[in-house]
Design a protein around this ligand. Sequence first.
Ligand SMILES: NC(=O)c1ccc[n+]([C@@H]2O[C@H](COP(=O)([O-])OP(=O)(O)OC[C@H]3O[C@@H](n4cnc5c(N)ncnc54)[C@H](OP(=O)(O)O)[C@@H]3O)[C@@H](O)[C@H]2O)c1
Length: 207
Amino acid sequence: MKIGIIGAGTVGSVLARSMAMSGHEVYIANSRDPGTLSGVFSEFETVHPVWKDDLKSVSEILVLAVRWKDTGKVLEELGDMGGRILIDVTNNVDESFDLIDLGGKPSSMVIQELVPSARVVKAFNTFKISRYLDDRGKGIISFLAGDDGQALETVSNLVTSMGFIPYITGSLSFGGRLMNVKGRLAGKARSKDEADSIVREEAAKET
Ligand SMILES: NC(=O)c1ccc[n+]([C@@H]2O[C@H](COP(=O)([O-])OP(=O)(O)OC[C@H]3O[C@@H](n4cnc5c(N)ncnc54)[C@H](OP(=O)(O)O)[C@@H]3O)[C@@H](O)[C@H]2O)c1
């Protein structure tokens, strides 16, 4: 898969490495000249630093890996996504890791509203990102939420290729809320039984 990552900080760098280790071609950009990433990924021939404006033309899927405060600007710069998948890894926290109030709306719904031309899938946000390098192939569940079945299937296949077990929690509204910071599926890895029981309990509250 050709994957473009917006943001080359802690999260973008780990995902770039993990995806490259899984056989994917990765294009990654920060807010500056790709030369600022020169040498950072030199151990991987398949991680290519590029200008952020070039990400869309070289990638089939994009990953949003910037701080919450930068999401509005980044999505505006991204423009028309033409139905491409956008994997949202962001969490609505500020620099002190305090929750930013979105009026009760799950953060990936806010992202989807900002970029209606993309198919947003929430993923990779519920536990420490370094686990995507350290815990590959250990049977750990990685949660996903989204409103488009085909996009969820594609991202599930990506998660599987990275050595994790995809678990679809539901829509951006329902699953996104559980995966949001302070949501019941956020903060630590969960077993399938734990996840099943949380999803069942929360679904029962909705009926
Ligand atoms: N750390 C974790 O374990 C973890 C886990 C799950 C989710 N998250 C979430 O993941 C997101 C990223 O966190 P992080 O720790 O990776 O942040 P970070 O280390 O501060 O990296 C942010 C990156 O975004 C880039 N950026 C900012 N504005 C941009 C723009 N307009 N265009 C392109 N790139 C831009 C920055 O580029 P410059 O260097 O050029 O400024 C930087 O590379 C956050 O929303 C966080 O809450 C974090």
